[in-house]
Design a protein around this ligand. Sequence first.
Ligand SMILES: [Zn+2]
Length: 430
Amino acid sequence: MRLYNSLTRTREELPPAPGPIRMYVCGSTVYQRIHVGNSRPFVLAMWVKRWLESQGYVVRLVHNITDVDDHVYEEAAKQGIDSRVLADRATAWFFEDTNDLGLGRPDVEPRASETIPEIIALVRELIGRELAYESQGDVYFRVARFGEYGRLSGAQLEDMIAQEPSELKEDQRDFALWKSQKAHEDAAWDSPWGLGRPGWHIECSAMAEKYLGPDFELHGGGNDLRFPHHENELAQSLGAGRPFARVWMHNGMLQLDAEKMSKSLGNVVTLRNVLDVWGREALLLFHLSGHWRQPVDFNDEVMAQAAAQAESLRNAFRSPGAPGREEEFRAFEKALNDDFNTPQALAVLHEWRREQKVGLMRRGLEVFGLASLAVPDTAPSDVQRLAHERQAARDARQFAQADELRDQIEAAGWEVRDATGGFELVPRPG
Ligand SMILES: [Zn+2]
């Protein structure tokens, strides 16, 4: 399998199966329900893991949870609650929402707050190598000392703007490894430099090493993390003498088109909201239709298209299937083994759909967590959406609207029944 590496700017061959493939992905900062855009690196990582495992690889995926960060302190202060309480609550939301994607879970999901001793040890090592220095309770990385700085992102030292201006820095390009406790920060840890907390970048260097060792095959995350976050991770770990990640996978960002967003989605497009309005299958098909390295537009139109695709794939399982040949699966393998080209794999699935080769389809859909499409007796996604809207109307005590939605559901051939914690949809007799 070949993957494009942002560090070398070429496609590189992975070691042969069984590997192992050790993979680290930068996860979300937990202070609110995650944005739908944050689902892309999670989905991509889980798909790569599932695909490699189906090809006989041994994969270990570490997907971290950033629970010590400026955003957490600021949001907690705004709400007047303890920052640890907010982080725990938002971590629970993260698990709930990503569980509903139906892709399984990464092997390890470490939290920064549980990695403090390893972070402190790494900072001390960098100070020992004179790549970092203490300044009034803060510790900074000495960027000018690290000759390879800028290799990943192409950032030029001379052009670099200070990442966080401070009088405590020797050089404004330096970045913080440890920050002393500020007045509004209600959680701090003891360290050789006094009470404080780690900087964001060092958390990932320490968590990756703790769970994968000093060198590993893949490092993922959104393209927006390339600079400064990943550049800094690399500087810290290489600076401390670790080989660190070999292949860097940077996924393209979701681009939200405000004019094409509906009332139902609004401006706060959380993963929860998208799952409730469109369902997991449509969201996964949306992610499948864009190449992971490209930016993708997210709006109602593309989600409607994704939902229609889900329906057309599901429909194939409602009629008797034709036998497919084992060697035909190669086209699907070829697409994914060449830089994980999911739009191409999706085109192959649609070709099989037209030929009614449901056995091959089921095998391909399973990789992406879409085996549910091969079970035709579930309500189509538009009916499910109507049922979710009806539920929302009922919750808001808008009963006339709820009844109207029930009529529409029945006209589509389904009956909605109230059940504990929600509803169920059953086909109407006749
Ligand atoms: Zn990271």
